[in-house]
Design a binder for this molecule. Structure first.
Ligand SMILES: Cc1ncc(COP(=O)(O)O)c(C=O)c1O
Length: 345
């Protein structure tokens, strides 16, 4: 039987139609700004997010690092939540490559508020780092795909503007946040100076992310991308997959949310796992294991039984619904989780 892969929404593979779009892509040298497919993608994503311009980059990590460097100078400090991708999963790139100090703030459920942030904004003083930017991750991966209430994004923006700070969104999963609220992504993006998005997560493209902002910021970001080695040549060949994903896979994101919730409901009904389906807001399901179950062996046994998930803490696993898993796949995943757990307890 085929293995069901719920490790991440990054595991999707291109459909025949996406491959066709890739095969037919018109290309040119993008470092000379001569790739028509990349231009089309950049214009389209800027339009969807309601900003002036965009820059295609190879990964979400590079999108974050290009964005942070665009908005700061060495010696600056960024305020962000402790569980964010930039703090935990980017090899300390902001400090190593750009001389920026990340100051992580603890927040219940991973969601920052102006009240949590404001005490960390430093007054001007020769000893202090210069607090320069507030970074938000929405949806928040480590917080189980949690979504910021719109009212909070507004109030944090007010705080940022009042203190003359830049406001940045790691919107790798902005598509999921927008689908959760039932609003266009531009309603979220409009709050921020710079937004990054991923094409290779919920949208299902094989490669790529984008940085979206004003024309001036994107001009600067383009130089930084080149410095980081992200200037690519006939890259329309992969940008075509991202463009296809943007045009064809945005509308179906709510299906992933429904399936993630379906998995949570099935597991909650089993009585084996501690899980509250109401906590599942988007496509990410975080599953707490019963005490008797050992994380590593459980993940290995799931794998032998045909299900891939990732560890997500000492006694937790993460399963993510995506483009390549249907209702049957979710039902089967729930069965495998329950059957495997029953053998362990
Ligand atoms: C919120 C968030 N930002 C950025 C990234 C980085 O993306 P990439 O793996 O393409 O570097 C990820 C990856 O999972 C992510 O979850």
């Amino acid at each position: 039987m085929k293995t069901i892969d719920l490790r991440s929404d990054t595991v999707t593979t291109p459909s025949a139609a996406m491959r066709q779009a890739i095969a037919e892509a018109e290309v040119g040298d993008d470092v000379f700004e001569g790739d028509p497919t990349v231009k089309k993608l950049e214009n389209r994503v800027a339009e969807i997010l309601g900003h002036e311009a965009a820059l295609y980059v190879p990964s979400g990590t590079m999108a974050n690092q290009v964005s942070l460097r665009t908005l700061t100078s060495p010696g600056d400090e960024i305020l962000c939540e402790r569980g964010t991708h930039i703090v935990n999963y980017e090899v300390a790139a902001a400090s190593a490559l750009s001389g920026i100090q990340l100051t992580p703030i603890d927040a219940p459920d991973g969601i920052l508020t102006p009240e949590l942030i404001e005490p960390f904004i430093r007054p001007e003083n020769i000893h202090h780092p210069n607090t320069a930017l507030i970074a938000i991750e929405n949806t928040h991966n480590r917080a189980g795909g949690r979504v910021y209430p719109m009212e909070l994004l507004d109030r944090i923006e007010e705080l940022a503007r009042r203190h003359n700070l830049k406001y940045y969104l790691d919107g790798a999963r902005i598509w999921n946040a927008a689908a959760y609220h039932g609003i266009p992504p531009s309603e979220i993006a409009k709050h921020f100076d710079v937004v990054s998005v991923c094409f290779s997560k919920g949208l299902g493209a094989p490669v790529g992310s984008a940085v979206i902002s004003s024309k001036d910021n994107i001009k600067k970001a383009r130089r930084i991308r080149k410095m980081l080695g992200g200037g690519m040549r006939q890259v329309g060949i992969i940008a075509a997959g991202a463009l296809f994903a943007l045009e064809n896979n945005l509308e179906r994101i709510p299906e992933d949310h429904r399936r993630a919730r379906m998995l949570a409901i099935l597991l909650a009904q089993s009585g084996i796992f501690k899980i509250d389906p109401d906590e599942v807001q988007t496509n990410i399901v975080v599953i707490d294991l019963p005490l008797q179950i050992k994380l590593d062996t459980f993940i290995d046994k799931l794998k032998s039984n045909g299900l891939l998930v990732v560890p997500f803490g000492a006694s937790r696993i993460r399963a993510v619904a995506h483009l390549n898993v249907d209702d049957d796949g979710i039902n089967r995943a729930a069965e495998i989780l329950m059957e495997t757990a029953r053998m362990e307890i």
